[in-house]
Write a new protein. Structure first.
Length: 331
């Protein structure tokens, strides 16, 4: 626990996450941070399958694609600055080849659709209430892909815009996956290009919308105060990256710790410590030319992984286990 701070009390969660659960993280770069921590601890987690999405309409659009996973085709792409792009996706899917672009998009879509339709928990992080709409169609885009600003109309969503869209979406999701739990957060990353005041107006809009949704669906929709943790408990600049806007690694770790304490049960928290110990071995770099010593180290690490799997068969560590087995075959 951090000393000398304004402590943010988080209500008890009505449900708990275990390694049996399938987790889907969607939204801003903070969703990447939290989802990556879940993957690091070997949970069955899918993280931002459309790439980073900042506004509520782009996140809801991604969910609708996952509910009805029709493959994207070349007509859904556009060519600009030497690459093919999708207005529904982040630039990490863009590629000079339309085939490679579509292959990445559709592979990610098919995988993510399973998580939304059959998963246990959806964690959504909104970053901004501002959206960019194509001037030609009025459709909200997930990413402008550096097209001229004149191609778009920028607007700030209202609380009603967000709650109306998400109320309808949640009803659609629960018709297919009635047991899915939703965790909403607001990204603590400030959109400084809007200025200090308009950034706060944007974040306030998101906070009010999420408050309305949690009140509308008690027990099914929860709010996790990532924004409040950053603004109040971690208000010292040592908890910020060099740009003084994004959270630093210690801040991300602390918020993940509070997230875990809120949503994981005791048994899961205890098992996470075992995973952490194995992760240290997996991240170990060979510093000696003694191949026999390194072989023994690999064998010990493999034994630890198999112990973890025996203790909890739902842990997602097959890839690492296979890599070590293949490395040992070379000795």
């Amino acid at each position: 626990m951090i000393s000398y701070c304004t402590y943010v009390k988080i209500p008890e969660s009505p449900f708990k996450i275990t390694y049996k659960d399938r987790l889907l993280f969607l939204g801003s770069c903070f969703a990447d941070n939290t989802g990556s921590k879940a993957a690091e601890y070997r949970f069955n987690a899918e993280v931002n399958p459309f790439g980073v999405l900042y506004n509520p309409l782009s996140v809801s659009s991604a969910c609708r694609y996952m509910l009805n996973p029709k493959p994207f085709v070349e007509d859904d792409l556009f060519f600009y600055n030497g690459a093919y792009h999708s207005f529904a996706h982040h630039g990490r899917f863009s590629d000079a080849s339309p085939g490679r672009c579509l292959a990445g998009i559709n592979e990610s879509l098919n995988r993510a659709a399973t998580y939304l339709r059959t998963g246990s928990c959806l964690a959504v992080t909104f970053g901004t209430a501002y959206v960019y709409r194509l001037g030609s169609s009025g459709a909200a885009v997930a990413n402008c892909h550096k097209l001229p600003e004149s191609e778009f109309i920028r607007e700030r969503l209202t609380v009603s815009d967000i709650t109306d869209e998400w109320s309808a979406l949640l009803d659609e999701i629960w018709r297919i996956n009635p047991s899915l739990k939703i965790i909403f957060t607001v990204s603590p990353v400030r959109h400084w290009k809007d200025g200090a005041h308009l950034n706060q107006v944007s974040k306030s809009t998101l906070l009010l919308a999420e408050q309305a949704l949690t009140g509308q669906y008690p027990g099914q929709v929860m709010y996790f105060p990532a924004y409040e943790l950053m603004m109040d408990e971690l208000r010292d600049y040592r908890f910020y990256a060099d740009d003084m806007i994004h959270p630093s690694p210690p801040a991300i770790n602390y918020i993940w710790e509070r997230f875990s304490e809120t949503y994981m049960d005791r048994e899961t928290l205890s098992f996470m410590k075992d995973v952490e110990a194995v992760n240290k071995s997996l991240n170990h770099r060979q510093l000696t030319s003694d191949n026999e010593a390194y072989k023994q180290f690999l064998m010990q690490t493999l034994f630890k992984i198999r112990q973890l799997r025996e203790k909890n068969p739902y842990i997602c560590i097959s890839k690492e286990e296979k890599e070590i087995e293949e490395r040992l075959e070379t000795y």
